[in-house]
Ligand binder design. Structure first.
Ligand SMILES: C[S@@+](CC[C@H](N)C(=O)[O-])C[C@H]1O[C@@H](n2cnc3c(N)ncnc32)[C@H](O)[C@@H]1O
Length: 272
């Protein structure tokens, strides 16, 4: 299973669909950052705490193409990034190079979240976005985060919620399109999760399950964020709004903080 998951991600690098420009040029990066931090995940720069860890040892688990870990580096953290795939590591190295982050302050490696290659009590802060719901033993990965985090320090992790996107998938694909006749619910969810689809494993959690997963930490923050499909449908990929009413809908959703009720992601901040 792990080998298949690795092969899937080797050929489906996250975030690359944000821009059609030449990868690792300044214009490409500007567009990518705009899409990620302004359009699709406007909460991320603050809630991900990119600016808060100057001179601290920060680990990102599942770094993809390295956009977020580069932000920590930009604000002076001593950064380590791991991912299951070689492609992610190569791309993250290019990203850090684009940011001109000195390699004396970086460590990027292939590693499995379920078995991190670090001593216990190594990091001051750990960050992971949209990763641990794709690994078979999420419990083991959470345990590993606790093991390598220093006592008294925090981690911020984002995982899929059983929110609107989940129910949309269940009703549209599993029920109405009759996938329940051909496959299990988990297989149907895997098939329709992620931008490129046909993902090998995508788990969605309710509040109780998140509390269980993180029961060996003190949970400092647990809230739903991001309206996923609902808000994405108002945007074109260039970040402009599709229809006249879209801007109004997006503003209204933000004003009413609808994401905190129906959001597709859990934002989890925990203390060891
Ligand atoms: C949806 S992408 C998210 C990447 C990045 N955090 C982002 O937000 O763009 C999932 C990433 O998790 C990585 N991944 C999946 N399972 C993993 C595991 N067990 N250990 C480390 N990385 C893993 C994949 O290779 C992929 O790069």
């Amino acid at each position: 299973m792990k080998k298949k998951i690795k092969d899937y991600w080797e050929t489906r690098l996250p975030q690359t669909w944000y821009s059609a420009k030449t990868p690792f040029t300044r214009a490409w990066l500007d567009e990518l950052r705009f899409k990620r931090y302004v359009v699709f995940y406007p909460f991320l720069e603050k809630e991900g705490e990119f600016r808060n860890h100057y001179d601290e040892k920060v680990l990102e688990v599942g770094c993809g193409i390295g956009t977020d870990i580069a932000e920590f580096g930009k604000y002076g953290a001593d950064i380590t990034a791991v991912d299951l795939t070689k492609e992610a590591v190569l791309n993250t190295l290019k990203m850090l190079n684009l940011y001109k982050i000195p390699c004396t302050r970086t460590d990027v490696r292939i590693a499995d979240a379920e078995k991190l290659p670090f001593e216990k009590d190594t990091f001051d802060f750990i960050y992971s976005f949209g990763v641990l719901h794709h690994t078979p033993d999420t419990k083991a990965a959470v345990y590993e985060i606790k093991r390598v985090l220093k006592p008294g320090k925090t981690a911020v992790i984002f995982l899929y919620n059983r929110g609107l996107e989940y129910w949309r998938n269940v009703l549209k694909n599993y029920v109405f399109n009759g996938e329940f006749l051909r496959m299990t619910l988990q297989e149907s969810l895997n098939l329709h999760s992620e931008v490129k689809g046909n993902c090998l494993l995508a788990k969605y959690y309710n509040r109780q399950e998140i509390e269980d997963l993180f029961k060996h930490f003190e949970i400092l923050k647990l809230r739903r964020v991001r309206m996923g499909y609902v808000l994405d449908s108002f945007y074109n990929l260039d970040g402009s709004y599709k229809q006249g009413l879209s801007l109004l809908m997006v503003k209204l959703a933000a004003m009413l903080d609808i994401g905190s009720y129906l959001g597709d992601l859990w934002e989890i901040k925990v203390l060891k």
